[in-house]
Design a binder for this molecule. Structure first.
Ligand SMILES: NC(=O)c1ccc[n+]([C@@H]2O[C@H](COP(=O)([O-])OP(=O)(O)OC[C@H]3O[C@@H](n4cnc5c(N)ncnc54)[C@H](OP(=O)(O)O)[C@@H]3O)[C@@H](O)[C@H]2O)c1
Length: 169
C-alpha cells in the first residue's frame, strides 16, 4: 500500500481536526491519485471531510475502535487485524493510507511508497507525521519543481521504502 499526505516544513499535518493548507493543486493531485482506488483513514479524518461523508469514486475504509460505529458508504474496521484481512481483497498498489496522524504513523512501515507534498511553511500544528527525511529506510525518489499558490511554495515528492513490513495475520 501507499501513503499520501501534505506536510509543513516541520512535518506538521493538522491542527484542531483540520488540514493546515488549502492548495487546489495538491487537492487535484490527491483526487487524481486516489480516484477509483481504496482509501484507508482514521475515524477522525472521516469526521473532518465535508459533512463527515466518504470520498466519492473510492472504496472508503474507516478505522475505529467503536464497534457500533456505522457510516454510509464506508467499510468499517475495528482493528489493524481486521483492516489487513479486508485489504486482502485488493491489490497492494490500489490501497492508499490517507490519514490522519495516528493512522499514518502506525501504518507507514507497511507502505511501499509515500507521496508527500512538502509545503515550505510552518503553521500551528497539533498532529505530525514521522520525519521521512530522517528515516534510513525511506529514500526520496522524486521531487517536483517548486510550485507556487498565492505565495505558498510547495513540491510533490515520492519516497520509497526499502524495508517494507508485511502484516502477520
Ligand atoms: N496533511 C494531510 O495530508 C492530512 C491528511 C489526513 C488528515 N490530516 C489531519 O490529521 C488530523 C487527524 O489525525 P488524528 O491522528 O487525530 O486522527 P486519525 O488518525 O484520523 O483517526 C484516529 C482514530 O482512528 C481510530 N483508530 C486508530 N487506530 C486504530 C486501530 N488500531 N484500531 C481501530 N481504530 C483505530 C480511532 O478512532 P476511535 O476514536 O473512533 O476509536 C482513532 O481515534 C486532522 O487534523 C486532519 O486534518 C492531515
Amino acid at each position: 500500500m501507499k501513503l499520501i499526505v501534505a506536510v509543513a516544513k516541520n512535518w506538521g499535518i493538522g491542527y484542531e481536526g483540520d488540514l493546515l493548507f488549502n492548495l487546489p493543486q495538491d487537492m487535484e493531485f490527491f483526487k487524481e491519485t486516489t480516484k477509483n482506488k481504496v482509501v484507508v483513514m482514521g475515524r477522525r479524518t472521516l469526521m473532518s471531510l465535508p459533512g463527515g461523508k466518504p470520498l466519492k469514486n473510492r472504496t472508503n475504509i474507516v478505522l475505529t475502535s467503536n464497534k457500533k460505529f456505522k457510516a454510509d458508504g464506508c467499510i468499517v474496521c475495528n482493528s489493524f487485524k481486521e483492516l489487513f484481512e479486508e485489504l486482502k481483497k485488493y491489490s497492494n498498489d490500489e490501497v492508499f493510507i490517507i490519514g490522519g496522524g495516528k493512522i499514518y504513523n502506525d501504518l507507514y512501515s507497511y507502505c511501499t511508497e509515500a507521496y508527500i507534498t512538502k509545503v515550505d511553511a510552518i503553521t500551528n500544528a497539533d498532529t505530525y507525521l514521522h520525519n521521512f527525511d530522517e528515516d534510513v529506510n525511506w529514500e526520496l525518489s522524486f521531487a517536483s519543481e517548486l510550485h507556487d499558490y498565492n505565495g505558498m511554495k510547495f513540491t510533490f515528492n515520492t519516497y520509497k521504502n526499502s524495508n517494507v513490513c508485511y502484516p502477520e495475520i
